[in-house]
Ligand binder design. Structure first.
Ligand SMILES: [Zn+2]
Length: 181
């Protein structure tokens, strides 16, 4: 069974404030018992994560309340650093008209500008001509640019209400992306 992940990408957060937002979210997840307070490298792939807590179903859907077994990796990892979160997309999708279009050649410049220098470029749509910030563009598979990602390894589908509540609590938009190794 391959490992899969869901990442909550916190938007409108600069790199220099990402760590503070990450700690706020860590505190919320621990306080609500969604994750266990201690950190471990055993539940995450090569990084420190928090194993699911007693009330993990506050964040993710469950039919029977049992965390799915069969995965050694089930931790929640808070990652600070500008990145394109998720992978697997092959096309850009315009946030205005929803037209799909090739990622290259324009996207690579926009992604590098963000990841390496923190610059948010304006990328125009080939179909409707509308310009959108690189951080607002969407894809044919959920991915997003951001400086803070909260990754849930091998968790059942996250609850939309949990994501919305978290976004409200920290007063920042949160986009959900996912992928599979
Ligand atoms: Zn468009």
């Amino acid at each position: 069974m391959g490992d899969h992940f869901q990442t909550l990408v916190v938007q409108d957060v600069d790199l220099d404030e990402a760590a503070a937002f990450g700690e706020r979210i860590r505190a919320i997840l621990i306080e609500q018992e969604i994750v266990r307070p201690e950190r471990s490298t055993e539940c995450a792939l090569g990084s420190e994560g928090h194993a699911p807590g007693a009330r993990w179903t506050r964040a993710a859907r469950s039919s029977d309340g049992e965390f799915p077994d069969g995965y050694a990796t089930n931790g929640v990892v808070i990652e600070v650093g500008r990145a394109l979160h998720g992978f697997g997309a092959t096309s850009l999708v315009c946030p205005t008209c929803r037209a799909a279009q090739p990622m290259e050649p324009r996207w690579q410049d926009a992604e590098l500008a963000y990841v390496e220098r923190g610059e948010i470029l304006v990328v125009g749509c080939e179909a409707c001509g509308a310009a959108a910030l690189s951080t607002d563009w969407e894809f044919d598979w959920p991915m997003a640019l951001g400086a803070l990602g909260i990754t849930f390894w091998n968790w059942p589908p996250m609850k939309r209400s949990f994501v919305d509540d978290l976004a409200g609590e920290i007063e920042r938009p949160v986009r959900m992306v996912r992928g599979k190794l």
